[in-house]
Ligand binder design. Structure first.
Ligand code: AMP
Length: 374
């Protein structure tokens, strides 16, 4: 279904004083709104829930469903540009937004990032390697795909999966009928299991004029499928980091993306990079940049979306970022007493298990962090 794009994607530059519309009201929107305020912008948040973290720090909030066409049209008419901190919004909603205002990044980027098959096909089509994969739409497809890719493998729903949701590991003894039942017949993808050495990610910012700059490549460590720690920079050889940058920039260019693109990759034991997934927005693995770089990922996002000159992405410190998940938030008094620890809390009232409540970035002298091993 084609989605209209705003004429020439609107004015190249939205100067400070403008209003940025953000779809989604979580912590990514909150930290974007804080960075936008530092540059003299106001943010208007659009999200379905009352009291969302971004609304606490935004100039305005619209509470409405992502499918509410009238609310979307009113919202779009009240802002100078629309961007996303959450990408699972329907095509029709983006079409309505695009009638009124530039939408950055554009619909085609969101569409590609929403669906694991479109996403992997995109990377493969520009010569970027991923795990081997097969589309799975039935139990028979799954049996055939497992015959081809072998075990272990990972079965994932093509859409709406994050933090390990909608995923089933196919072990040597896994019953395929049960595994398929586990995803409730949703369209799926089977991926060959990557026996990786580590997971890394790169965040690229790209302006309307096509200028692209990257933050340092970082290593990400997960617990229970949720990001636990980011080590900046990643302890990898400079040549591999350059390859990761090149992958990020090639993807952002091929998508003609305006904004931020985070690309998550596996480093295989024989030193190759395989792309796992991408997110066309600020990313949890970039939170360290708030305290360790002159320009944070959130400021860079605002600069890119508003067509301002991009900032210097270099780090002035090494960093270790740790997410505060669920009850971890109780550690805040101790963190406040630690030297060189920067605490960020998202203002969420209920500390449910698995919920990202905040993060802490521990700063280390340049060259003394994880990258010192490389
Ligand atoms: P995802 O939702 O695709 O980001 O997957 C969540 C996490 O599951 C990743 O960060 C990896 O730790 C693990 N994972 C996902 N896909 C694979 C794969 N094909 N092989 C090995 N581990 C995987």
């Amino acid at each position: 279904m084609p989605v209209e794009r705003a004429p020439a994607d609107g004015p190249a530059m939205i100067p400070p004083g403008g209003i940025i519309g953000i779809i989604g009201g979580g912590q990514l929107g909150r930290m974007t709104a804080l960075a936008a305020a530092n540059l003299g912008y106001r943010c208007h948040i659009y999200c379905p829930e009352q009291g969302c973290p971004a609304s606490h720090v935004a100039a305005a909030t619209t509470i409405a469903a992502y499918e509410d066409q009238e609310a979307l049209a009113r919202f779009a008419a009240s802002v100078d540009v629309v961007t996303f901190e959450f990408e699972n919004i329907p095509a029709d909603s983006v079409r309505i937004l695009s009638r009124h205002v530039p939408v950055r990044p554009g619909w085609h980027v969101l569409e590609t990032a929403q669906d694991r098959i479109l996403e992997k096909s995109f990377f493969n089509s520009i010569g970027i390697a991923t795990a081997d994969w097969r589309a799975v739409d039935s139990l028979d497809d799954l049996r055939r795909a497992v015959d081809i890719l072998g075990r272990p493998a990972v079965l994932k729903t093509t859409r709406f999966g994050y933090d390990g949701k909608g995923q089933v590991r196919i072990a040597p003894d896994t019953d395929l009928a049960l595994a398929y039942a586990g995803i409730n017949g949703a369209p799926a993808i089977l991926e060959g299991f990557v026996d990786f050495e580590r997971e890394v990610s790169v965040i690229v910012a790209r302006s309307p004029a096509g200028e692209a700059v990257c933050f340092d490549v970082v290593e990400n460590r997960h617990r229970n499928h949720i990001l636990h720690q980011t080590i900046a920079p990643a302890p990898i050889a400079p040549d591999l980091a350059r390859q990761a940058d090149a992958i990020g920039v090639a993807a952002a260019n091929a998508l003609d993306l305006v904004g931020l693109l985070a690309v998550e990759m596996f480093v295989t034991r024989d030193g190759r990079l395989l792309v796992n997934e991408m997110a066309p927005r600020p990313h949890n693995s970039g939170h360290w940049t708030i305290n360790a770089c002159a320009t944070s990922q959130f400021e860079q996002f605002v600069r890119a979306v508003c067509g301002l000159p991009l900032g210097d992405p270099r780090r002035h410190s090494d960093a270790l970022m740790t997410n505060l998940i669920g009850d971890d938030i109780g550690e805040w008094p101790d963190i406040l007493r630690e030297a060189q620890s920067c605490l960020h809390l998202y203002g969420k009232t209920e500390a449910r298990a698995g919920r990202k409540m905040g993060h802490v970035t521990h700063l280390l002298p340049l060259g003394k962090g994880g990258g010192a091993e490389a």
